[in-house]
Design a protein around this ligand. Structure first.
Ligand code: HEC
Ligand code: HEC
Length: 398
């Protein structure tokens, strides 16, 4: 038997729901009804992408045959503890719920408890069977607070799931060639390549937060869109396989799935919900305040960081994008910027940076210290070890 530690989650959960703290809004206050509708879409809407995940990839068969809850948690899938009825909670605690049985995964999917997975479960020959399955935005852009057990807790929407291994999950599909499986298996956890199935190049990027974006009008690492809806449409159709259309002349891209549009009408609410997600404040005691105060002087002075990381969200994104060489992850091959619509990079907003290591679009800096050190080395800033340590504490405080 293992004893589970119940952590207080009040402040973290509240922080994700409040739009007031962190980041300046240049919009009218969001309509609460639209935000609530957007939350449902973000968490539970597949846009009809079962066409891809069920009809093409046959993931319903894979899940039912081989994905028990222990396996699901090991590839980073999360379970929403609030969706579990008391009997299931008790059963997990006392071991009577079998976490080594795929049937348990199907039961959890039926409860809408597997974050980002939406299934249709029907009785077939008197037994529950998973007949359709699709994915939602929450798959990659939500995690849980682990308050019940590792991987099981309250939803944290907008927090990137850096434990998730999307490539390894997709590679389980029996519909893929071994060459395709090798590509998907090469990505690793917390990363995904949202352009691989468009341009055939293979270099995944880290899954970014979907919080802290209010007031920022360049979306994605490369600033491809001026609002979230632009990219939400792109992902819903081209990556999730939802039914609808995307036309992007800069990428010579025109994709339509199906004959109905299950995406467009949902975009305003979906965007309103994401804009309501503030970057989470750093946990109490997670940084040294005196060192952070010194680090701020480095950030604004000798580090020259504030020349690009400016304003309330620490980005000059609304004013400008940057040539590839301004990314500390470049030169890389293939260049992610070169594959994008803008061929440039957006200065990353830094609020909530403490939460989502590793850093830079390719995840090449494991910590904020490493990110600061990379700037110092590549740009010859001449910062001392003390300056770097202070700068890292400041970054942790944002
Ligand atoms: C399979 C994982 C996955 C799914 C599912 C997914 N995304 Fe993403 N998302 C990513 C990755 C990877 C990026 C980074 C792409 C880039 O910036 O070039 C991204 C980027 C974003 C961004 C840009 C963040 C920024 O800093 O500008 C937003 C917003 C976003 N996604 C929202 C959504 C929404 C809404 C959905 C559902 C319609 C969704 N995503 C589905 C992986 C995913
Ligand atoms: C010339 C503009 C510019 C300057 C100056 C600059 N940055 Fe950046 N910063 C960027 C860009 C562009 C990115 C996105 C790079 C990428 O993802 O590949 C970025 C990304 C980052 C990230 C990663 C954030 C994330 O979410 O992954 C950190 C941390 C960061 N910068 C810190 C700093 C610090 C500290 C300094 C000063 C030593 C600094 N930056 C100076 C433009 C700049």
């Amino acid at each position: 038997m293992r004893a589970y530690l119940l952590l207080p989650i009040g402040c973290l959960a509240a922080a994700t729901l409040l739009s007031a703290c962190g980041g300046s809004s240049d919009n009218a206050p969001p309509d609460p009804a639209l935000v609530a509708q957007g939350q449902q879409i973000f968490r539970f809407d597949t846009f009809g992408d079962e066409a891809q995940w069920t009809d093409t990839l046959r993931m319903h068969e894979v899940i039912a045959a081989a994905v028990d809850p222990t396996t699901a948690l090991s590839v980073g899938l999360k379970v929403d503890a609030d969706a579990l009825p008391p009997s299931v909670v008790e059963g997990i605690r006392n071991g009577s719920v079998d976490l080594k049985s795929p049937a348990t995964t199907v039961a959890l999917i039926k409860l809408d408890a597997v974050v980002g997975i939406k299934g249709t479960v029907q009785a077939v020959d008197g037994k529950d069977a998973l007949v359709r399955v699709g994915v939602t935005c929450a798959l990659c852009h939500s995690t849980v607070d682990n308050s019940f057990a590792p991987g099981i807790g309250k939803r944290l929407d907008g927090w990137p799931n850096r434990d998730l291994n999307p490539g390894a999950i997709i590679a389980l599909s029996p519909a893929l060639t071994s060459a395709m499986k090798a590509v998907y298996n090469s990505w690793g956890k917390g990363k995904y390549d949202p352009r691989f199935n468009i341009d055939g190049s293979n270099k995944p990027v880290v899954i970014p937060p979907a919080y802290g974006l209010d007031g920022i009008h360049r979306i994605t690492f490369t600033g491809d869109g001026e609002d979230l809806a632009y990219w939400n449409r792109y992902v819903a159709v081209t990556q999730m396989g939802g039914l609808g259309s995307v036309v992007e002349p800069r990428l010579n891209l025109s994709v339509t799935h199906g004959s109905v549009d299950l995406v467009s009408a949902k975009l305003p609410a979906l965007q309103a919900y994401q804009l309501s997600l503030a970057a989470p404040a750093p946990p109490a005691g997670s940084f040294d305040a005196a060192a952070a105060a010194r680090g701020r002087l480095v950030f604004e002075g000798g580090g020259k960081c504030a020349t690009c990381h400016s304003g309330a969200s620490f980005t000059d994104a609304n004013a400008t994008l940057h040539p590839p060489a301004d990314s500390m992850a470049e030169p890389e091959s293939p260049s992610y910027a070169a594959r994008s619509a803008t061929k440039q990079y957006r200065t990353s907003p830094l609020r909530g940076a403490w939460q989502h290591a590793p850093y830079f679009h390719d995840g090449s800096a494991p910590t904020l210290e490493a990110a600061a050190q990379t700037y110092n080395g590549k740009k010859g800033l001449g910062l001392s070890a003390q300056d770097i340590a202070d700068l890292a504490q400041y970054l942790k405080s944002l």
